[in-house]
Design a protein around this ligand. Structure first.
Ligand code: NAP
Length: 279
């Protein structure tokens, strides 16, 4: 049997094993995906163990995505741009590091019907690790302008300087009301949304969003932001789709096979419902 797993924090409650194992089973592959809880000092040894011939590869999650990069023999351009490796592929003992988050974001945006960013402005709320992947994805979708706003304004400015070629611009929270109406895509990449009552922008600011905009929340649940946006008739996407699409891309990299995206989506939806029911 071939092995895959998630190298992450010991307290990780990841949905990845559920969706990856559903995909292996669906395609009748003799492989399994496990949680590999790892503390930072053990990351190097854990990644070295992926060279074994029975290992397909691994996912790496917060907080080890940066530590994983120097442990790989080759690192993709996308992973370098994002500054993090979330997928490692074992290629006959050589380890290739990649990052599928930007792809997962792009695939979800396209699935929601927004295919061409060339004339469009996107507004990203947040400037952490997820925002970096989102910006790289928006650049690959050729968005004309990418506006960044963050609680700690300096971090948004640094990120814009680092990733921008003039198309990425940091804006202040104070001028957010001007940026909302001109944005075709609004992305919540802050940590706000996991609990009821948390919103990265106020309900009044949701009223300023353009009628034809898509509101994308990276949180994998229906957040208050998405509920407000829906009640105004705006199109919305939650983070579950991005989670599934990035996982599907990792699956294809390990197996060389097309991932059964619908099977994977249904598996995580069922697991989420199960967890919600047992709370
Ligand atoms: P991170 O690196 O810790 O960044 C967190 C961001 O949220 C920072 O910009 C931070 O601003 C902002 N923030 C935190 N608390 C805030 C508050 N009270 N008010 C305003 N802003 C606040 O985290 P991350 O890895 O980027 O993850 C961000 C979110 O994306 C999480 O909810 C995560 O679960 C989700 N995510 C989803 C996917 C997916 O596949 N769907 C993938 C990756 C991440 P400061 O800089 O001011 O601290």
């Amino acid at each position: 049997m071939k092995l895959c797993g998630l190298i992450g924090d010991p307290v990780e409650h990841s949905l990845s094993p559920v969706m990856q194992n559903a995909a292996f089973q669906h395609l009748g592959l003799d492989a399994t995906y496990a949680l590999w809880p790892t503390v930072a000092p053990e990351v190097s040894e854990r990644i070295a163990s992926l060279r074994s011939s029975n290992v397909l590869g691994a996912n790496v999650t917060v907080p080890h995505k940066q530590l994983a990069m120097p442990e790989c023999d080759d690192v993709s351009d996308t992973a370098r741009l994002i500054g993090a490796v979330n997928t490692i592929i074992n290629e006959s003992g050589r380890l290739r590091g990649d990052n599928t988050d930007a792809y997962g974001f792009m695939a979800s945006v396209k699935a929601a019907g927004l295919r061409d960013g060339r004339q469009a402005t996107a507004l990203v709320l947040g400037a952490g690790g997820a925002a970096r992947a989102v910006i790289v994805g928006l650049q690959q979708l050729e968005f004309r302008r990418i506006l960044l706003v963050n609680r700690t304004a300096g971090k948004a400015r640094e990120l814009a300087d680092e990733l921008g070629g003039g198309d990425v611009l940091a804006v202040d929270w104070e001028s957010l009301d001007d940026s909302l109406p001109e944005s075709t895509l609004i992305v919540n990449a802050t940590s706000l949304g996991w609990h009821d009552g948390e919103m990265p922008i106020s309900p009044e600011q949701v009223l300023l969003v353009s009628r034809d905009a898509l509101v994308f929340d990276l949180t994998y649940r229906e957040t208050d932001l998405l509920r407000e946006a829906k009640s105004r008739g705006l199109s919305t996407v939650d983070g579950l789709e991005m989670l599934v699409r990035q996982g599907a891309r990792s699956f294809s990299m390990w197996t060389g096979k097309e991932a059964p995206v619908d099977v994977m989506r249904r598996a995580v939806q069922a697991e989420q419902a199960r967890r919600a029911g047992s709370r």
